[in-house]
Design a protein around this ligand. Structure first.
Ligand SMILES: [Fe+2]
Length: 279
């Protein structure tokens, strides 16, 4: 089987999170992530900025409702759906409002809902700090199952692995386009989201984001630092529900290279300083 997801040029287009205090969470993303907030109903909000979209729905804190990956074109989406069917995956209707008819959703091995579709055309040109939503990182007890699903059954490309001393997977990085990773998974004693990330592109914009956070009295939880895998610069903040948000810059661009293995060591996670180890 080929790299179907990569051939589709899939990229992270939006995320939807549940929250027990959805109005509070949406307001936070409006301020912290420089997004415009619209309340759609008593239980659903949309937050939109340049290249970034967050849906907040009433529910359980820190629970991903769904992630939306957009494909480059119809042919890529059709091929990905066919691949999922050939793999005997249960193909569901997409719950996402951001995708055109024809989108579909899948449950991954840890029960997360991931949607694939064609994005609705952008209605306006939003301005604000640069930083499209770029990658989603899960926490899961079984990273091998994560790789087996996204790589072997959907055609994502494994780029980097972080290995425990015994050779088992601590972290896996997968991509579906030219970016070092669009999905990743840390081994953890829980199943859920580890963090989601916005790619500012340039180091100078990390400064601008940090100044922006300071203007809203939001303190950094981690960083600035530089990851080993992906070589990206990063800072992390936490939203009021406890979701971890990364602003990244200079993420490695992938051409044609093999998988790179890293040791499970603090310097792999942060070349510059303190590491927050997940396992
Ligand atoms: Fe990240």
């Amino acid at each position: 089987m080929g790299k179907t997801a990569v051939q589709a040029g899939a990229y992270l287009h939006h995320l939807a999170f549940e929250s027990s205090k959805p109005a509070r969470l949406a307001a936070f993303y409006g301020n912290a992530m420089d997004m415009e907030v619209t309340q759609l109903s008593h239980s659903e909000w949309r937050c939109e900025g340049p290249g970034r979209r967050m849906i907040v729905v009433a529910g359980t804190d820190k629970q991903l409702a769904y992630a939306g990956f957009a494909c480059r074109d119809q042919a890529g989406l059709v091929a990905l759906r066919l691949r999922a069917q050939q793999e005997n995956l249960e193909v569901l209707n997409s719950p996402s409002p951001y995708f055109q008819p024809g989108a579909f959703a899948l449950y991954d091995p840890s029960g997360q809902t991931v949607c694939f579709g064609l994005a609705e055309p952008v209605q306006n040109n939003r301005t604000g700090l640069p930083g499209p939503v770029q990658h989603l990182t899960f926490a899961a007890s079984d990273v091998e199952a994560f790789v087996a699903f996204y790589q072997d059954r959907l055609g994502f490309l494994l780029t980097d692995r972080v290995l425990h001393d015994d050779g088992t997977l601590a972290t896996a990085f997968l991509t579906s386009n030219h970016e070092h990773h669009t999905l990743a998974c840390f081994q953890s004693d829980r199943n859920g989201v580890d963090h989601h990330s916005y790619e500012a592109g340039d180091w100078g914009y990390i400064r601008d984001w940090c100044d922006h956070f300071a203007s809203h009295d939001i303190q950094l939880d981690w960083g600035p630092g530089r990851h080993g895998p992906g070589n990206n610069l990063f800072v992390f903040i936490t939203d009021p529900d406890g979701n971890w948000i990364e602003v990244s810059a200079e993420l490695e661009v992938i051409y044609d290279r093999g998988v790179v293995d890293w040791p499970q060591h603090p310097r792999t996670l942060n070349k510059w300083g303190r590491a927050i180890m997940r396992s």
